[in-house]
Ligand binder design. Structure first.
Ligand SMILES: Cc1ncc(COP(=O)(O)O)c(C=O)c1O
Length: 403
C-alpha cells in the first residue's frame, strides 16, 4: 500500500480500519528448535545450574565481544549490581549516569548505598553528554555509568578520557548494545566493565539473564565471587577437586545463571550476527521512509558508531503537529502497532523524587526528548510486511495530525 493512500484513510482511533488486523509488539524473542534441543539436553544432564554450560557461554560471549573475561549473572540488573560492587561503590560515593534509561542503571548505585548523580544527554544520540558529566564531578565521584541508549554506543572516548583524568571506573550499561561498535571497537571490550541483558526483547535471550565483560582479571574474580554468595570457589570446582572446604570472602548474592539457560544463550549467540544484520536492515528501511514524513525525526547515528538497534525510537517534531505524544501513541496502538516509550527519565519517578529531591526541569534535554519519544517495533523476526505496516501506520497517524 502506498504511503499516500494509507495517509488518506480514517484513523482507527476515530473508527477507521487499523493498518493491520493483528497486534505487532515492539519486541519479541525468537526461539528455534536447536535452542529447545540444547535446553532439553541439559535437563537430562547432571548439572542444572553452575555446570559446564556456564563457562562455555561465558567464553563464547567474551570471544564475541572481544573481552578477556565474561561473568554471567541471573539478570542485567544483577549484573549491574555486581559491577557497582566490583567498582567499589560504597556509602558516601557518587556515580554519574544518564536520566534517560531504565531505572536499573541508577538503582545499582543505590544498592551499594552510594548516590546516583544524573547528567543531561546529548541532543542527537540521547546518550550521556561528557561535557555535562564533567560539570557533575565532585570529590565523591567514583564511577561513570554511560548507557548505550537504543543500541547506539555512548561517547566512550569522551567518557573514558574524563574517567582517566579523575581516576574513575567506567561501567557501560550496554543492555541495548550487544553487537554494537564504537570507533571500530566492539562494545564489551572498551569500558572497565560492560553490562549486558538477555531479557526476551534483547538481541539474544536466556529468559532472564545478564553478563559483565571486563579485561581486568581482578574485577572478573570479584564479579564471580559476588554472584556466588561471595564464595571463592563453586560447587563444581569443589567436586572435581574432591574437596568440601570453601571460604566466603565477601558479602555476595545468589545471582547465578543456571546451566539450563546458558545452553539457550550459547545457541542464541550463534545467531547474533544474523539478528544484528536484520535489525540494521529494518532501521535503514525506517530511516529512509521517515525522511518523507514531516513531524517524525529518525534517530541519528554518529559516524564513529555502528548501533545494535535494540530500539528504534523516533522523536515527534511536536511543533509541526496539532497534538501531543500521548495521542500519537494511542492512535498508533489503535492501528495495532505496539509502540512503547523509552524512558520516563529516572529522576522523575516518585522514588527518586522523594529520595533525592528531584522536581523536574533539572535535565532539559532528557525531559524534552521524553515528551517526544516513541519506540517503534524492532525485533529481528519482523517480516517485510510488519516493517511496511509500521511505516504505513506512522505515516497515516502523523500526517493526520500535521499542522
Ligand atoms: C538500559 C537497561 N539497563 C538495565 C536493564 C536491566 O536488565 P534486566 O531486565 O536483564 O534486569 C535493562 C533492561 O531492560 C535496560 O534496558
Amino acid at each position: 500500500m502506498s504511503t499516500t493512500s494509507v495517509s488518506a484513510q480514517a484513523l482507527a482511533i476515530n473508527g477507521g480500519s487499523p493498518v493491520r488486523a493483528t497486534f505487532l509488539p515492539y519486541g519479541r524473542q525468537s526461539v528455534e528448535e536447536g535452542d529447545i534441543a540444547a535446553v532439553v539436553d541439559v535437563l537430562r544432564s547432571d548439572w542444572l545450574t553452575t555446570g559446564p554450560k556456564v563457562g562455555e557461554f561465558e567464553e563464547a560471549f567474551a570471544a564475541r565481544v572481544g573481552a578477556a573475561h565474561a561473568v554471567s549473572f541471573s539478570s542485567g540488573t544483577a549484573a549491574l549490581h555486581g559491577a557497582a560492587f566490583a567498582a567499589g561503590l560504597k556509602p558516601g560515593d557518587e556515580a554519574i549516569t544518564t536520566p534517560l534509561t531504565f531505572a536499573a542503571t541508577a538503582n545499582c548505585v543505590l544498592y551499594q548505598g552510594a548516590t546516583p548523580v544524573f547528567a543531561d544527554v546529548c541532543a542527537d544520540t540521547l546518550n550521556l553528554d561528557p561535557e555535562q558529566v564533567t560539570r557533575k564531578i565532585s570529590s565523591k565521584t567514583r564511577a561513570i555509568l554511560p548507557v548505550d541508549y537504543s543500541g547506539h554506543p555512548a561517547d566512550l572516548t569522551g567518557i573514558l578520557e574524563i574517567a582517566r583524568q579523575h581516576g574513575l571506573v567506567v561501567i557501560e550499561d550496554a543492555c541495548h548494545a550487544l553487537g554494537a561498535e564504537f570507533g571500530g571497537r566492539r562494545v564489551g571490550s572498551i569500558a572497565d566493565m560492560t553490562v549486558f541483558s538477555f531479557h526476551p526483547v534483547k538481541h539474544i535471550t536466556t529468559g532472564e539473564g545478564g553478563m559483565v565483560t571486563t579485561n581486568d582479571p581482578r574485577l572478573a574474580e570479584t564479579l564471580r565471587r559476588f554472584r556466588n554468595h561471595g564464595i571463592s570457589s563453586d560447587a563444581r570446582q569443589r567436586q572435581s577437586a574432591g574437596q568440601w572446604h570453601y571460604e566466603m570472602v565477601l558479602l555476595g548474592f545468589n545471582y547465578r545463571l543456571p546451566d539450563v539457560v546458558c545452553a539457550l544463550g550459547i545457541e542464541q549467540l550463534k545467531r547474533l550476527d544474523a539478528n544484528l544484520a536484520r535489525r540494521r536492515e529494518i532501521a535503514a528501511q525506517y530511516t529512509a521512509a521517515f525522511r518523507e514524513v514531516p513531524g517524525v525525526v529518525a534517530p541519528s547515528v554518529r559516524p564513529d558508531a555502528n548501533p545494535a538497534w535494540h530500539l528504534y525510537p523516533i522523536r515527534l517534531d511536536l511543533e509541526k503537529l496539532t497534538t501531543d505524544r500521548a495521542q500519537v501513541f494511542r492512535a498508533l496502538r489503535a492501528e495495532n502497532i505496539g509502540v512503547n516509550v523509552h524512558y520516563i527519565p529516572v529522576h522523575l519517578h516518585p522514588y527518586y523524587r522523594q529520595r533525592l529531591g528531584f522536581e523536574g526541569g533539572e535535565f532539559p534535554l532528557a525531559e524534552d526528548a521524553y515528551a517526544r519519544l516513541i519506540s517503534l517495533p524492532m525485533f529481528h523476526s519482523m517480516t517485510g510486511q510488519d516493517v511496511q505496516d509500521v511505516i504505513d501506520a506512522v505515516s497515516k497517524v502523523v500526517s493526520s495530525y500535521a499542522r
